[in-house]
Every structure is written in C-alpha cells, then in structure tokens.
Design a protein around this ligand. Structure first.
Ligand code: CA
Length: 388
C-alpha cells in the first residue's frame, strides 16, 4: 500500500532533481480519511473526542479501527459502538450516524483508563482503508473545499478536579448538541411536562459548557439527565457534582438528584431540599434525612444561589450508610450511620436499608409548585471520595 512517507520521499527525490518528470498521481489525491483525536486526560484515565472526516467515497456505514501503543482500555463510549480486543479497537457507526457522505465528518467519544503514556493512535483506518492511504477510486470528484485536514491531536486543559479517582467524570465539554447525549439520557419517569434539560454555554463551572435544567413546579414537569452506574460494583459509591441554583431551596419538597435503588423496589433515593435546607428522601416510604423537625432541619444547610456549590455524597449499600458534603464540609444532618439518632436518621433507620444504586439522574423534581433553574457541571462518580 502506498503511504504518505513513500509519496513524500518521491517528491523529495524529485525536488533533488533525480527524476525528470513528476506525475501527479496518488500523492495529489485526497486521503481516504482523516481523524482528529482530541484527548482530555488525567492521571489514570482519559476521554477522547474523535472526529472522522471521510474522503471521496460516500459510506452507508462506517467502522474506524486503530491500535493503542500502550495499555489503554476503553470503558465506555458514545455515538459509536466501541469494542476492544487487546490493543485493537473497533468503533462502529450507529443507525443514526451511519451515513457518511464524501468529505463529511462524524464524531464520537470514549472514556478509558491507562497508565504510563497515553500515546495517540497512529494507524487509523476507515472501513479497512488506512487514513494514511489515498482514497480508493471513486466516481465522486472531491472539491478543494472538502479536502480533509491533516490529523491533529490536542490535549486540552486540566480535567475537573478529582477525576483520577472517578469511574465517570464528565465536564460536558464534548457535548455539541442542544440536548445532552453520549452517556446521558434525558427524560423523566411516569410523566413529563414543561421541564427542560439542555446543554448550555452561558454558564459553566469548567470550560465553556454545562447542563441547564429549567425545572418547573409539579411532579409531572420534572426533568432529568441520567446515566447508568453499571460497572461500579457493589461497594461504597461516591458522587460529586457542581450545581448552581437560581432560587433558594423552598419550603416545599424538591429533589435535584435521583438514584434508582434496585434493592428498594426500583424506587428512587433522592437528594434535594425541604424547609429551605438540603435533605435526602426515600421514595418508597417518604422517609427524610434529616427528620423535618426544627432540630433536624437545623443540622442541614441551605444551598447558595447564583454561585456554584460542590455537592458530594457517599452511599455504602452493604453498610447501609450515607454521608454528604457541601463545598467539602460534612453536613451533620445528612448522615446515615449505624446508630439511629433523633432528628437525623432515626426515622431513616426504622427499617433495613441497603441500597443498590443503578443510575444517577440530575435535574429537578417538585412535589408542590416550586420551580428553579439550575445548572450542573463536572459530574463524577467513583468508588473513593472524589473531592471538589
Ligand atoms: Ca463544563
């Protein structure tokens, strides 16, 4: 197969005058494809935003392959089905992005782990044709404006704090559509109404993007973006996200996070507020943490508005324990330990509680008429504390 190196060598020889005639051959043709592989990495993990630009042959479906030089291991992906066998990786198109016209581009992403060096792959191939080779013969004549650019790699700025400890770490910078995609699903259980979820570039905790939730009053106007927690095991689960509220936590009961608990009939474990302070709530029996007595509420804290707050939690299902931090400070009223405490977790511990959480949803749910506009950014979930 012809490679650029050979073509360049031929041109260099030509320039040196050893060849009398230069024939514009394969070297002048557009390459079969080009790939921009943009990495955002931290100590042990990375995400890659991959943009594939097709050459001169329209494709009805596409498969991009490459090999990693190191021990990179892909753990999740979006906008493509990504499989890995040893160092070989295959990314296949999905029904909604399979058609790739001549000169067209498509993007997908993945998250992975690595140690040592996270080198950019060098052997991308699209539908079996190396991106370093000239495009195969085609009846379509490429125009200069669709000539793919040279593959490039850039490493963006530092990732959100604490990603080295996280299995999921998302700063939403790869979200280019209006509605969060990739690992995120937007929706709500049972009924939907006027609440909305959208990628937002007017307010961000990191970078230039976050997710904006326009939450309305009334349960059926709830709106969430959610992601699976599969693969995190059954041990302690730690979560961290930054949230920015517009309206103070109301007197009425609201939630801005829900986690499906398969050990509780699939009902939600909720974090939100009531009586103007943070609280946890168990959907199955409506238990609250802390108890909503004045003494209980006094051991929780309100949530600031107009600024980013760092919300952290730990749920240990086997121990049946829960802890909560706001801006790195432990909140005493938001603790479930093994000892029932009046005004705090006595009601919560009135029955056995060993949650098994299978998803994470962020958004807005009001059980009265309370509305709020809020933003989320730098969401991370792992098996050890992540920090702010
Ligand atoms: Ca961001």
């Amino acid at each position: 197969m012809h490679r650029f190196a050979g073509a360049l060598a031929a041109l260099c020889l030509a320039a040196a005058g050893t060849t009398a005639v230069i024939v514009a051959g394969p070297a002048a043709a557009a390459p079969a494809c080009s790939v921009a592989y943009r990495v955002n990495q931290w100590q042990t993990g990375y995400t890659a935003d991959i943009v594939v630009t097709n050459g001169a042959t329209a494709l009805s479906s596409w498969t991009l392959t490459w090999h990693y030089a190191g021990n990179q291991s892909v753990t999740s992906a979006w906008n493509a089905t990504v499989r890995q066998s040893g160092t070989a990786v295959t990314a296949e198109s999905l029904p909604y992005n399979s058609s790739l016209p001549a000169g067209g581009s498509v993007s997908f992403g993945l998250q992975g782990t690595y140690s040592g060096t996270n080198a950019t792959p060098a052997d991308f191939a699209l539908n079996g044709v190396s991106c370093g080779d000239p495009a195969p013969p085609s009846t379509t004549t490429p125009t200069p404006t669709t000539t793919p650019t040279t593959p490039t790699t850039t490493t963006s700025g530092p990732p959100p704090a604490g990603c080295s400890a996280a299995a999921i770490c998302d700063d939403f910078e790869q979200q280019t559509g209006g509605t969060p995609g990739g690992r995120w699903t937007v929706g709500a259980a049972n009924c939907t109404g006027t609440g909305t979820v959208a990628v937002d570039s007017t307010v961000a905790h990191s970078g230039s993007r976050s997710v904006k939730v326009t939450g309305q009053g009334g349960y059926c106007n709830h709106a969430f973006l959610g992601t699976s927690l599969s693969g995190l095991g059954s041990g302690p689960l730690f979560g961290r996200f930054w949230v920015r509220h517009t309206t103070p936590l109301p007197t009425g009961h609201v939630a801005f996070m829900a986690l499906r608990d398969t050990a509780d009939g699939g009902r939600d474990l909720r974090a939100g507020g009531q009586n103007q302070a943070l609280q946890w709530n168990r959907e199955s029996d409506d238990a609250t943490l802390p108890a909503q007595s004045p003494a209980g509420v006094a051991q929780s804290v309100p949530l600031a508005t107009g600024t980013w707050s760092c919300f952290e939690f730990e749920v240990d299902g086997s121990a049946g324990q829960l802890r909560t931090w706001l801006n790195s400070a432990a909140v005493p009223g938001l603790v479930v330990d093994s000892v029932p405490t009046a005004d705090i977790d006595q009601q919560w511990l009135a029955r056995s509680w060993h949650p098994a959480l299978t998803d994470l949803r962020l958004g807005w749910e009001s059980y009265a008429g309370d509305a709020d506009t809020l933003w989320f950014d730098d969401v991370a979930v792992g098996t050890s504390r992540i920090g702010c």
